[in-house]
Each structure stands twice: as C-alpha cells, then as structure tokens.
Design a protein around this ligand. Structure first.
Ligand SMILES: Cc1cc2nc3c(=O)[nH]c(=O)nc-3n(C[C@H](O)[C@H](O)[C@H](O)COP(=O)(O)OP(=O)(O)OC[C@H]3O[C@@H](n4cnc5c(N)ncnc54)[C@H](O)[C@@H]3O)c2cc1C
Length: 426
C-alpha cells in the first residue's frame, strides 16, 4: 500500500476511544491517529446536551485505573473532582451476610474513585487539545474494506461519504456497536432482563467515602460516594437495577415516593434519602465477542465487552485492554511492523484474554448469584459474604478484583510519566 491517509482510525470518541487516542499520542507520538465520532463532540467542543459516553453517569474507577491515568498524565486534572472510595460495604437485604473492604487494610489511599462521566470527558478533551490527534465529528464510520496492507474505511459526514485509508481500524463505538454487526463479528449476549436506573441522591448522613453494594431480591444496587461530605448536603450516586415493570412504576412516582422506595430497599446506612435527582436508565446485557481482532481491525471498550454496571468493572477492564493495545502498537512501530498486522493484534488479544475472562466471570457471577432469591442460593450468598469477610485470602482476592490490580500491567513507557506522579504500583 502507498502511504495511507492516516495510520490509525478510531471509530468512536467516547471514554474508550478518547482514552486510546490520548494514550497513543503520548506513548507513540509518531503514529498518526484520527478519531471519528458520531456526536458533535470534539476537544474544542464538549456538548452541553446528551452525549452517550459523557452523560449524567458516574464511573467507579478502580485504584488500578488511577495508576493508568497517572501514566497518561491525566490524573492530577481528573482527581480535582474525583471522590475517593475508602471503604466498600457489600450486603444482602434482609439477610445477615456482609463484607467490608477498607483501603487502609491494603496500604492504599483509596480502593478506587468516583468520577462523573462528563468530567472525565472534559478532562480527556482538554488533554487531547494539546496533541496532534485528528478529530472528525460529527461523522460516522459506516463500513470498512480490508486491503492487502491495511484497511479502507468509509466515513459519513452529513450527506457525504468519503474513504480514508489506514493501517488499522479500532472499533470503539460502544455496547450497541453498529460496526461490530456490519463487520460480522460474532457476539454472545445474555439479557439480564433488567435496567440500570442512575441518579444522584441526597442523603441526611455523609457517605463517609463508602461505596455500598447491596443485593436485594429484586436486583442489586450500588450507592457510590459522590463529592466531599459537606454541610450543604451529602450526595451519593445511585445505580439501581430494576425490571422493566418496576422501572416504569418507579418513574411514575413523585420524588418523595421514589425516595421512600429506595429507603425501603437500601435501608438507613446513609440516613434518610431526601432527594433523587434526574433519573436515566439503561437496559442491561452482558455482551462479549469471542474474537475481538482480525487483520487490520480490533474491537475495544464496550464494543468488545459490555458488563453489568453494579460491579463497576466495565470501563476499568476496557482501560487495561487499551493499555495492552497501546503497548503492542508501540512495540510494532519500534520494529517497523504495520500496526494492523494480525500478529500484533493477536498478541493484544492473548495478553488481555485472562483479565477479560476473569473480569467478565467475576462481574457476571456476582449478578447471577446475588440476583437470585431461591433459599439455597440465598444461603450460599450469605455464606459467601460471611466467608469473604472472615477468610483473609478470599477477602484479599475480592479486594484486588475491586481495585483492578494484581494482573499483568502493560508497559506503555512514555515521557508523560513523571516522578511526581509515579506511585506505588500494587
Ligand atoms: C449505568 C452504567 C454505569 C456504569 N458504571 C461503571 C462503573 O462504575 N465503572 C466502570 O468501570 N464502568 C461502568 N460502566 C461501563 C462504562 O460506562 C463503559 O464501559 C464505557 O462507557 C464504555 O465506553 P465506550 O467508549 O466503549 O462506549 P460508549 O461510551 O458507548 O461510546 C461510544 C462512542 O462511539 C460513538 N459512535 C457510535 N457509533 C459510531 C460510529 N459508527 N462512528 C463513530 N462514532 C460512533 C458514540 O457517539 C460514542 O461517543 C457503566 C455503564 C452503565 C450503563
């Protein structure tokens, strides 16, 4: 192939696509990267209105994700409005099992952090402004043709469709990835038959930097610490899983009644719920692809794996995968191998595989076990929670999963990492 128009096209400038673009700009500056994003979103203009990746959600970032953002030089900005999670409390409504994790027991400042998606978007865009990454938005990648040494990608902008050649296409267009379907990647889907309702809730008592994961017979819920406890009010970010019917009923209620329902489900660990802010909801499915790569193409983020949000693992897993891909691109460029080479992409797949499998299994089994209420399973999960709390080995394993550490760390090795920001890894 003659010199392609660009080296890498990233379809989707959401959390995964934008983070990948930033990481590559820092770790492999010689690579020409173009991001194509369907919404009118760019480093110059983060829209005020809805944008699927940077919407009203908050994301629980594991400790391991903080380390990655530090490597990318983004953490000092991100941490301005990130709330530390110092404790995690997992409990089962109406039953005695519970387990508690504390950052201090693991010699860390925090087990993780909670950041608003909009804030993460703003930080990523501001940082990307300083790089040479090209943005095309609003524009959509609508198709891709393999070439002997790369890909030809069709990019639609308004009524116009034009072709761009590149060494590689990374598909980061989210959980309902249209491109994954167009390109014929096989997916495995499990519909949980539930929705995640998210809202910021005000509480009478402080969250004391605690993330609560609570399993109820109607489905799991999480309350994440949101903002510094203050006299002006205390807030937590709610993720509540509900069936279609329960969701519809809840949304029809006035705010006071919603708070009462939440109180009944969650209990009084945060005192009285005084207000539930704007509610958004998302259907819940586990979606994974078996083969996320083929010559010239790799799937990342939710396009590769969309998980149930209560365990807070989806973006954290995506981030670790992105760093593995960056590492393999960096090595390929150093050796003069095209980045779309199947060997390069397969190595990314192989190195990320174990983490991917274990994290999907961890998150899915939590939901399946705790989402069921028949007595034998309820007893098993009580035993599980009590066991976790009592057995140091099991608890440590659980804590390391929640903190997103303990697995292989990709080496992206770039100048943005400073000694000021380098911290204890593990
Ligand atoms: C309720 C909820 C709570 C969550 N909480 C957590 C949590 O606490 N911790 C955690 O780790 N994870 C969490 N997750 C998961 C996390 O939000 C996702 O992993 C993350 O948003 C995935 O980002 P993405 O960039 O892959 O996809 P998306 O966020 O869906 O972004 C895809 C982007 O691609 C663009 N696009 C789509 N089609 C095209 C196209 N053809 N061409 C160009 N652009 C296109 C879209 O406009 C969008 O910007 C949660 C998810 C949900 C639903």
């Amino acid at each position: 192939m003659t010199r392609p128009d660009t080296d890498l096209i990233i379809a989707g400038g959401g959390l995964a696509g934008a983070t990948l673009a930033l990481a590559l700009a820092k770790a492999v500056p010689s690579l020409r990267v173009t991001v194509v994003e369907a919404f009118p979103l760019s480093p110059e203009a983060l829209p005020d209105s809805y944008q699927p990746s940077y919407d009203a959600r908050s994301t629980a970032l594991a400790w391991g994700s903080r380390l990655i953002f530090e490597e990318l030089g983004l953490w000092s900005r991100l941490s301005e409005y990130a709330t530390p999670i110092e404790h995690i409390h997992v409990s089962d409504r109406g039953r005695f099992g519970a387990t508690r994790l504390h950052a201090a027991e693991h010699d860390q400042a925090a087990l993780g952090y909670v950041a608003d998606n909009r804030w993460m978007g703003l930080c990523l865009m501001r940082e990307l402004l300083e790089t040479h990454v090209q943005w095309e938005a609003p524009a959509e990648v609508v198709d891709m043709m393999p070439l002997p040494e790369g890909v030809r990608v069709s990019v639609k902008s308004g009524e116009d469709t034009r072709e761009l050649t590149a060494q590689c296409l990374v598909v980061a267009d989210g959980g309902r990835s249209g491109l994954r379907e167009t390109l014929g990647f096989q997916v495995r889907t499990h519909d949980y038959g539930q929705n995640a309702l998210i809202a910021n809730v005000s509480t009478a008592e402080s969250h004391r930097y605690t993330a609560f994961e609570r399993f109820t017979d109607a489905g799991p819920m999480a309350l994440l610490p949101h903002g510094s406890p203050s006299r002006a009010g205390h807030q937590s970010a709610l993720v509540w899983t509900l069936t279609d019917e329960a969701l519809e009923e809840l949304l029809a209620l006035p705010d006071d009644d919603r708070c009462r329902q939440l109180q009944q489900r969650f209990g009084w660990r945060l005192g009285r719920f005084t207000r539930m802010g704007a509610c958004n909801h998302y259907p819940l499915k586990l979606t994974t692809v078996d083969e996320p790569v083929r010559p010239g193409v790799a799937l990342v983020g939710n396009a590769a794996h969309a998980l149930h949000p209560v365990a807070g693992q989806g973006f954290n897993l995506a981030l670790r995968g992105l760093m593995t891909l960056v590492e393999q691109f960096r090595l390929a460029v150093a050796k003069g191998t095209p980045i779309g080479d199947l060997g390069v992409l397969k190595r990314y797949q192989t190195l990320h595989h174990q983490d991917w499998q274990q994290t999907v299994q961890f998150s899915d089994s939590l939901i399946r076990l705790f989402g069921q209420s028949p007595p034998p399973l309820a007893a098993a999960r009580d035993a599980g929670l009590v066991g976790l709390d009592l057995l140091p080995g099991a608890k440590r394993w659980f804590a390391r999963k929640a903190m997103g550490i303990g697995g292989r760390r990709a080496v992206i090795d770039h100048p943005a990492r400073t000694s000021r920001e380098s911290v204890k890894h593990e």
